[in-house]
Design a protein around this ligand. Structure first.
Ligand code: PLP
Length: 437
């Protein structure tokens, strides 16, 4: 048995893999990865895969990035972790200050996964209203086809049948309003008009239910996990205005879209909207270590600042504010600054757009769309199990791409170069030509 096969069978015996029907692996091989370099992942047999999904949207600057590696090595010699209750340390202070400046939200509460940042924001919003004499505001409203994670609270505001239906009896009742997804536009309706039409439904909901509603949670600009549904920023302006009018918090879940994915450092910037809570994770540490944060306003912070313990925010995770993870996040922010990444990405996105022109015009491709460093389209295909077949065809062509249903998307690391973009475009076109129709 070679090293690839050996690890594969040991993994199947001992590791329960995420979001996977494990029986599937009787016929679909797992891929043991030995090392990563830039956008490439290498297995033990010397095969390579271009990481077209940034390893589930977390990797921004390539695998084994020398600058993040160096920062982590330095941090390892100083402090790996310390309890954050009663203690503090340099990386967590610096990171909080820098995120505060970048977002306009001055108070950072840390978790480890995206879902825990969502739990934090939901609990904090509810507790804010309780501390300010509005304990009846306990409800949450979210967008149709939204995704906010899979712990019980986060799953309650998620609207993905596959993830939610089985666990429905465990979940809190929440409300969903229509998505501003521009694919829902009526003939002749602009993306903006479509977004404003969806906002009307939000308005009707809040008008009726605001007294019992704590917060609206949404993914600004791109609903990623349900097929990269994109919407016009006007929706965010309208949502902010309605949340102000009806005294409902706005929670921006930028776990997937934060850190440059939509073409600005944070998606909310494109509507000049300041949310009451901002959830960040995924790209925050450059894809190195689990770290998440819920940021909030002075107003929310002050509502918890009191003599009584029970008025404080009663929530903790063991690895809260982990020093290594915060240091990786600082190194990530340094790269954004030093390389002017947001501007550089505009050039890359334009180059990728032209490389994708032929694919976008393919007769089997629908709704070709692009926001920042995310590209997506639907493929008309009669192939049963299209996503799985596409995934395998991509692997055979040295690409890691994971379609969601009939939606194919690219979310590459920002360090991808033109030759690598060309490879993605050309080989994806090949697969579409084979599987389409
Ligand atoms: C991935 C994601 C989450 C959940 O993050 P985990 O780290 O997987 O728990 C929440 N919200 C959005 C928008 C996401 O994309």
């Amino acid at each position: 048995m070679n090293r690839n096969q050996e690890l594969l069978s040991r993994s199947l015996a001992a590791v329960w893999h995420p979001c996977t029907q494990m029986k599937r692996h009787e016929e679909l091989p797992l891929i043991p990865i030995q090392r990563g370099q830039g956008v490439w992942l290498y297995d033990f047999d010397g095969r390579r895969y271009l990481d077209g999904v940034s390893s589930w949207w977390v990797n921004l600057f390539g695998h084994c990035n020398p600058r993040i590696n160096a920062a982590l090595k330095d941090q390892l010699e100083k402090l790996e972790h310390v309890i954050l209750a009663g203690f503090t340390h340099q990386p967590v202070v610096e990171l909080s200050e820098r995120l505060g400046k970048l977002t306009g939200l001055g108070h950072c509460f840390y978790g480890s996964d995206g879902a825990s940042a969502v739990e934090i924001a939901l609990k904090m919003s509810f507790h804010y209203w309780r501390n300010t004499g509005r304990p009846e505001k306990t409800g949450f409203v979210s967008l149709a086809h939204g995704y906010h994670g899979e712990t019980i609270g986060a799953l309650s505001v998620t609207d993905v049948a596959l993830f939610k239906d089985t666990y429905a009896p465990l979940l809190r009742q929440t409300a969903q309003v229509p998505s501003p997804d521009w694919r829902r536009a009526e003939p002749g309706e602009s993306a903006e008009a479509c977004a404003l039409r969806a906002a009307k439904a939000l308005e009707a909901y809040l008008e009726q239910h605001h007294a019992a509603t704590a917060a609206l949670i949404l993914e600004p600009l791109v609903q990623c996990a349900t097929g990269m549904a994109m919407h016009h920023p006007a929706y965010l302006n309208k949502a902010r205005e309605l949340c102000d009018r009806y005294q409902v918090h706005l929670i921006a879940d930028e776990i997937a879209v934060g850190f440059g994915r939509t073409g600005t450092l944070f998606a909310c910037e494109q509507a000049a909207v300041l949310p009451d809570f901002l959830c960040l994770s995924k790209g925050i540490s450059g894809g190195y270590l689990p770290l998440s944060v819920a940021l909030t306003t002075d107003d929310v912070y002050q509502a918890f600042y009191a003599d009584e313990t029970a008025k404080g925010f009663l929530h903790s995770h063991s690895y809260t504010g982990n020093a290594l993870a915060c240091r990786a996040a600082l190194a990530t922010l340094d790269i954004f600054e030093q390389d002017d990444v947001i501007a550089a990405n505009r050039g890359k996105a334009a180059a990728f757009d032209s490389l994708l022109a032929e694919l976008a015009a393919h007769p089997k491709v629908r709704n070709f769309r692009h926001t920042g460093m995310i590209w997506a389209f639907e493929v008309d295909s009669a192939a049963a199990d299209f996503a799985n077949r596409f995934y395998r065809a991509a692997l055979e062509r040295e690409m890691l791409l994971r379609p969601m249903g009939d939606t194919v998307y690219f979310m590459p690391p920002y360090t991808i170069d033109e030759a690598e973009m060309g490879l993605l475009a050309e080989r994806t076109l090949e697969i579409v030509a084979t599987l389409g129709g």
